[in-house]
Design a protein around this ligand. Sequence first.
Ligand SMILES: N[C@@H](CCC(=O)N[C@@H](CS)C(=O)NCC(=O)O)C(=O)O
Length: 218
Amino acid sequence: MKPELVSFKLCPFVQRSVIVLLEKDVPFDITYINLKEPPEWFQAISPLGKVPLLRVGETVLFESAVIMEYLDEVNPPSLHPADPLRKAHNRAWIEFASGLLACQYNLTMAAADAAAFAAQCTELCAKLAQLEQQVAGPLFNGADFALVDAAFAPFFLRLQLLEGWHPLGLMQGLPKVQAWSQRLLQRPAVRDSVVEEFAELYRNHIKGAGAHGARVFC
Ligand SMILES: N[C@@H](CCC(=O)N[C@@H](CS)C(=O)NCC(=O)O)C(=O)O
């Protein structure tokens, strides 16, 4: 059965699953909705009112980490490390990646003024410094691409754009994180995981939010 992802075009959480599906060359459908005016059918099936959803036949899955794991499991070979401890460690860092995405959202869309923006930069730098200790290099676990890499890639794709629009140097002094980010962004599955007009849409989204990030990046 062909899986169907329900998404909106800028969602980093949906992007994780798109990367996994592209890495595994699995056919899928993707339906985009407007999150500001979600259609009734979406409200009826989304327990948290959030994307991603994955529809497989009559079953609806939600939560990006759960969806990634399901897609990985039914499309072997697995992108998780085989060792249970390492696998659990990867899952823990996937959760950390979600915190990083929330921080990036606050930086771009929520920080009301320069002070709040600076506080988000400080928090992001601290989180990235934590990450530097964990990256084996060149990818998170070493040579093999894993689900944990797919979970972080949407963050790095956005960070690259933000740094291009207004250099903040958030990865300065973090050589492993920098090299990891470069490797991820070179992967076709990562590059192809967003719509063609992504950069423009992302910038307009930040502008539209009208927070301090709009003045910095747009
Ligand atoms: N923990 C969720 C987070 C998903 C999430 O925050 N999705 C955002 C879009 S990127 C959303 O649907 N927001 C709508 C809302 O919160 O009302 C996951 O990992 O799937």
